[in-house]
Design a protein around this ligand. Structure first.
Ligand code: ZN
Length: 532
């Protein structure tokens, strides 16, 4: 054995109760699991008082480009996360049509990274680039419908004609051949939002035939117009019913203040579909604030045609005035009221004299313009790169989701470094996983430890059909984390997000240690995984 972990309290990722055991690792696999292993090993790690869990799998991340920018993956590895599922909300850095590079770059700006050359066209090319640069953790890629649609039809608002639909399906199939675990939509973003349900049905049929996952950031309206509250969920369930595809509903939330407290209605509706036999799950991140590109909150006509079109449109004073009047009616199709002190600037890089950490109210006062005008000017000047944090949720609703049997944890964050300069990315990037273990298991007792770990490992692997990760068992990949259950906690706050979690002692990725005694060691054993 290369490594023997002695006297750990093993929480194996299945939800089974903790038990004391030793864990033997050889190469990149777990080869032994029993109490009192007497075997010889090159290295012995004393795990007395520590919990051994499978390396955590984060089902909802946007690490696609951040992992390439900085393969150390500090914010994730330091929490014990060993696999990030990428490509969510319709954003993925493949497939790429080189003739539409600028549209692809605008799309990827929306997940909050500095612009990068996209030097490949497909998943194989992306995988080669990522593994050449070296990754501390694994990535399990999904293909984003936004990228797929740009590659086939740009940012057209039209329905695909028959040859275009065929091209979308063929390109999806090619990405699945290259190992993508499924496809995601971002149905409030350009251009994924332009897809009619019929287009999604055709793509979900491909996914179903290949046994892959459909993950969806749902619309902000019901395409059938029947039920504005449950309509977006209904569309996802409809796709599952019609095609048999496995559905993952991304980052469940109640964002409309007048609906706060109704998460139970949502989960009951969901339960009804599962009871009918649908293979459906959902995920949530453990905060009462969300984060996104500011452009997402503009009236649809303002962003139509993509960033360049929006910029050109907003040069004109009369159009700016009309856009502001429309914007003031509220954001999203549900016209949620703008509460300017609930929007915090997370990333502007000083654009228009703004300071990250200011609310829109404060920044507008400092700039001497109305908050609505400031929103439009920031979007005009910064495109999709301006990021905000929004306090439009309640912890009670979040907990209704998190504690639900069909819910797993997905951070919606990225693998980032601790040096964020003046930027204040959402603390979920640095603390989501350990926040579950610290705040919601130890401090509040909302979840027991075994269930919480399963929601961040074994159950996630099941959703992905990732058969050799997510559990501690002989034959599984040696992705492991050792943490102190009395100490594990997040330290990331909204004002100081880039802070390392505490209580995580050792992390292995593919049998190689990447965190030793709480210190990141710079090893890069990660891979871009392939769906079987
Ligand atoms: Zn999303």
């Amino acid at each position: 054995m290369d490594c023997l972990i002695k006297d750990a309290l093993v929480v194996d990722g299945t939800g089974a109760p903790p038990r004391a055991a030793d864990i033997g690792v050889a190469g990149d696999r777990i080869v032994a699991l029993e109490p009192g292993l007497g075997a010889f090993a090159r290295r012995v790690v004393d795990a007395r008082g520590l919990v051994a869990a499978p390396g955590l799998i984060d089902i909802h991340t946007h690490s696609d480009m951040s992992l390439l920018l900085d393969g150390r993956a500090q914010s994730k590895v330091s929490q014990g996360v060993t696999t990030d599922v990428t490509g969510n909300c319709g954003f993925s850095p493949f497939p790429i049509d080189p003739a539409r590079l600028e549209l692809h770059q605008d799309l990827m700006a929306g997940i909050g990274d500095d612009p990068q050359a996209l030097e490949w066209t497909d998943l194989e090319g992306y995988r080669r680039a990522a593994e050449r640069r070296g990754l501390a953790m694994n990535a399990a890629p999904l293909v984003g419908h936004g990228a797929l649609r740009i590659a086939v039809m740009g940012v057209s608002t039209a329905e695909p004609d028959a040859p275009q639909l065929q091209a979308l399906c063929a390109l999806l199939e090619r990405m699945l051949d290259q190992g993508a675990f499924g496809m995601t939509t971002g149905l409030t973003y350009v251009p994924s939002r332009y897809a009619p349900t019929s287009e999604l049905l055709a793509l979900c049929r491909v996914l179903q035939r290949r046994g892959r996952l459909y993950a969806t950031h749902a619309r902000d309206r019901d395409p059938t117009g029947a039920d504005h509250k449950l309509g977006p969920l209904n569309e996802a369930l409809h796709l599952g019913r019609e095609t048999g595809v496995r559905v993952q509903y991304s980052h469940a939330a109640i964002n409309t203040p007048s609906d706060w407290g109704t998460a139970g209605r949502w989960t009951r509706h969901f339960d009804g579909a599962v009871a009918e036999g649908l293979d459906a799950g959902f995920d949530v991140y453990p905060y009462d604030a969300s984060s996104s590109a500011l452009t997402q909150y503009l009236p649809p006509w303002v962003v139509e045609g993509g960033v360049a079109a929006m910029r050109a449109r907003l040069q004109d004073e009369a159009t700016l005035r009309r856009a502001e009047a429309d914007l003031l009616q509220g954001w999203s199709a549900q016209r949620i009221p703008w509460l300017w002190d609930r929007f915090v600037l997370a990333r502007t890089d000083g654009l228009l004299g703004t300071v990250e950490g200011q609310t829109l109210e404060q920044a507008a006062a400092a700039a001497g313009v109305s908050p609505g005008r400031l929103v439009l000017l920031l979007c005009r000047e910064g495109g999709n790169g301006v990021m905000v944090v929004l306090f439009y949720r309640t912890e009670a609703d979040m907990l209704t989701f998190l504690t639900h049997p069909h819910c797993v944890m997905g951070s919606d964050g990225s693998a980032l470094c601790f040096d964020q300069g003046s930027r204040r990315p959402h603390p979920r990037n640095f603390g989501a996983s350990v926040r579950v273990l610290g705040r919601f298991v130890r401090e509040r007792g909302d979840l027991d430890l075994a269930t919480a770990v399963a929601k961040m490992s074994g159950r996630v692997a099941e959703r992905l059909r990732l058969t050799d990760r997510g559990r501690i068992a002989v034959g599984q990949a040696a992705d492991l984390v050792l943490f102190d259950p009395d100490e594990v906690a997040d330290r990331a706050t909204y004002l100081r997000p880039a802070q390392q979690a505490v209580g995580v002692r050792h992390v292995w990725v593919n049998g190689v240690r990447v965190l030793e005694d709480g210190e990141l060691n710079g090893a890069r054993p990660g891979r871009v995984l392939r769906a079987a």
